[in-house]
Design a protein. Structure first.
Lengths: 340, 373
């Protein structure tokens, strides 16, 4: 009795499954890194690209969160079994797992955020970003806004897509010093030795708070956490201290919008429009134009940018805003190099 | 536990009805209640009934429904069972070891370093050597806590928790050493072990995506070994005797200090093997966080398995199935994999509170007569 009703239930559920998946012809799938889909920054921004594609093109979208590094390969495999037209893996750390899966499954199309293969794989499109261009602007802005003359930054893991933020930020500060004859310093990253402050994870909000506290204790009044959700912990500290003591610069998404409760502590955000590139990749895959190679987001094509100042807009002097606009134009036309 | 139960356990006699209820019926009902409450949780977060049904179907499919599903279940279960065995052994000896996580980290690290350091050796020597290094490192790391307990009375719950934290930092440190760090990378990631040091995957001939590897044989050997150690050997008898009644064991002439260190070391060796199993079987290298909380899940596995080797196998398979199935649940039904964590936690709550389970399911248990217990 019980078994037969259970079989019926299972059968009817299976029908539901089949009908829903048959409703739209195209499925885009995404694997997150360990930060999780609701990290308010990195993974969430990439997932927004799939959601936009769902809204604009009527495709199906699925995601799979990685709980640990041991999950990457398994998660990609589950999606390969799940009939995905394109699998988007989010993050540098999935580089090796994506490569292995792409080589084992040459007919499956992949796209990876923050990784470029050398030599390129025929079925993987990399999405990379000239994040240092926007971070350079953030560095210039922070140097102009700092009252203590000390800024701080820390990263999640010492990998290129993280340190490119820190490089641009430090170089922007140095450019400010050179232009204005000041001596604003940045704690937490040395562009020469390639060493700095890293939490070694993309999960712990406690670490975000503790690292920001350490930087604040050393005099920093603006901190740039480059570690996805970890930065939310730093924002909580800034919220308690008040923005006259500590301001935060967000990364990936405009954190004023994604973290509205603490939105007022964000001076600005260095946005990395993974949502735009992911949507673009899905569109390319739908039109059968997806091939191996790279797409690059830059200041010029809007792939990276500086978010508005929102609540802190009135605190930013008009002169500084004008200088930022000039530098922005100069970076785009190539007359200022963000990595001298 | 009554004195008679204890005596039965000590003497390995057949168990009475109450004991069977404790060993089998309580865990079974705990799982059922947890699944029901999991569904209630989903309802409370505005997930509709068809989706809840679909997610449980996916949970079943993703853990047992295909060859790949079974492969994933076994892959996830093997390290949980290995570490769970060690914890179960510790619980039997009266040691509440929270340190499996740290022992996994240290064991895995030692296995990786051994693997790439002796890359020139043939597989038949290198693989056992790497596994042994993992077990040895785990044993040594755990015996620090055992020694502290025996020599100073420092409670192992506190010292193992602290050793966990130390192990994370040690891992970070070792992964940044030039000798260990992968060349050309600035992030903490170890060199990859050569193929000869890897636990070979078993079913790649059928499908290269099947991850199940020789670690499951390692796990089965250890289940047998721990069973023998606990219930057939003199040392195991001493473990259990000092766990049941340390004073009586001491009066019987057993050396409690040595037993504590030996029990911790054995538990650490098993956790170290679990770590080696992950790095040699799944990842091929060590990274920060490769342990992924396995050592904590293994505590739940040991408790659910009632600290019995066979129970630990079933509990580990259940947790492995939940993990593998949880993935499918997310793919098919879009329900967050975090729900699996909730279900696991609920199982533990009900295991820890057998009286609650008895109260919910009074008809599942024989009524107690008089005050026999």
């Amino acid at each position: 009795m019980f078994t037969s009703s259970f079989t019926k239930l299972a059968a009817s559920l299976a029908t539901v499954l089949i009908t829903t998946s048959a409703a739209s012809a195209f499925t885009a799938c995404q694997v997150t890194d360990t930060g999780g889909i609701d990290d308010n920054s990195f993974n969430q921004t990439a997932w927004k690209g799939v959601q936009d594609a769902i809204a604009d093109f009527g495709v199906d979208g699925r995601f799979l969160e990685s709980q640990a590094e041991t999950d990457y390969e398994a998660n990609i495999n589950s999606l390969i079994e799940g009939d995905c037209d394109v699998i988007i893996t989010v993050g540098f750390l999935l580089g090796d797992a994506t490569k292995n899966a792409a080589e084992a499954n040459p007919d499956q199309r992949f796209s990876i955020v923050d990784f470029s293969y050398d030599p390129p794989l025929p079925n993987v499109l990399g999405q990379v970003y000239a994040t240092d261009e926007a971070a350079f602007l953030a560095g210039y802005l922070a140097a102009g806004m700092s009252k203590t003359g000390v800024l701080g930054t820390f990263g999640g893991i010492n990998i290129p897509p993280v340190t490119i933020f820190m490089d641009g930020f430090v170089n922007g500060v140095e450019y400010y010093n050179a232009q204005n004859d000041t001596a604003v310093t940045v704690l937490g990253w040395d562009t020469q030795t390639r060493e700095g402050l890293f939490t070694n994870n993309f999960e712990s909000l406690d670490d975000g708070r503790a690292y920001a506290q350490n930087l604040y204790d050393e005099g920093a009044d603006i901190v740039l956490p480059v570690a996805g959700p970890v930065g939310l912990g730093s924002a909580a500290l800034a919220d308690e201290l008040g923005t006259d003591q500590l301001m935060i610069i967000g990364v990936d998404a405009d954190l004023y919008a994604t973290d509205p409760e603490k939105g007022h502590v964000y001076l600005t955000s260095i946005t990395k429009r993974m949502d735009a590139t992911v949507r673009q990749v899905i569109e390319m895959a739908m039109n059968d134009q997806l091939e191996g190679g790279l797409i690059v987001g830059s200041l010029e094509n809007g792939g990276v940018d500086l978010a508005p100042f929102h609540d802190l807009d009135s605190a930013v002097p008009d002169a500084l805003k004008a200088e930022l606009a000039d530098i922005r134009a100069a970076i785009i036309d190539g007359s200022i190099s963000v990595s001298p | 536990m009554t004195e008679r139960t204890m005596q039965n356990l000590l003497q390995g006699k057949a168990l009475g009805r109450t004991e069977i209820e404790d060993l089998v019926v309580v865990p079974l009902f705990a799982v059922i209640v947890a699944l029901i409450l999991g569904a209630v949780t989903m309802l409370a977060t505005n997930i509709d009934l068809p989706t809840i049904g679909r997610s449980y179907v996916a949970l079943l499919e993703g853990s047992l429904g295909s060859l790949n599903a079974v492969s994933e279940t076994l892959t996830a279960a093997a390290p949980l069972i290995l570490a769970g065995l060690g914890l179960a052994l510790g619980f039997r000896a009266g040691l509440f070891n929270i340190g499996a996580e740290g022992q996994i980290v240290i064991g895995g690290l030692a296995a990786v370093v051994t693997g790439f350091s002796f890359a020139y050796l043939p597989s038949i020597i290198l693989l056992p050597l790497s596994l042994f290094a993992g077990a040895l490192a785990g044993a040594l790391y755990a015996s620090i806590a055992g020694w502290l307990r025996a020599a100073t009375g420092a409670h192992e719950v506190i010292s193992t928790i602290m050793l966990n934290l130390i192990s994370y930092r040690l891992l970070d440190y070792f992964l940044s050493l030039p000798y260990v760090q992968q060349t050309g990378r600035a992030d903490p990631i170890s060199k990859s072990v050569p193929e000869a040091a890897e636990l070979p995957r078993l079913l790649t001939a059928i499908d290269p995506n099947l991850r199940v590897h020789a670690g499951i044989f390692l796990m089965l050997i250890m289940v047998g070994l721990v069973y023998w150690l606990l219930f057939r050997s003199k040392l195991g008898f001493e473990f259990r005797a000092s766990g049941e009644n340390p004073k009586a064991a001491r009066f019987a002439g057993m050396h409690s200090g040595i037993i504590i260190v030996a029990a911790m070391a054995t538990a650490g060796a098993l956790a170290g093997l679990a770590g080696a199993n992950q790095v040699l079987g799944v990842l091929g290298r060590a990274t920060p966080g490769f342990s992924a909380g396995l050592g904590f899940d293994a505590i739940a596995v040991a408790l659910l398995g009632r600290s019995h080797p066979v129970g630990v196998v079933f509990a580990g398979l259940l947790f492995g199935a939940l993990e593998a199935g949880g993935r499918q649940m997310q793919v098919d039904a879009g329900v967050s994999i975090d729900l699996i964590g909730i279900i696991q936690a609920l199982i533990i709550i009900f295991i820890a509170a057998p009286l609650l389970v008895r109260a919910i399911f009074p008809w599942g248990f024989r009524r107690k007569k008089g005050g026999v217990s």
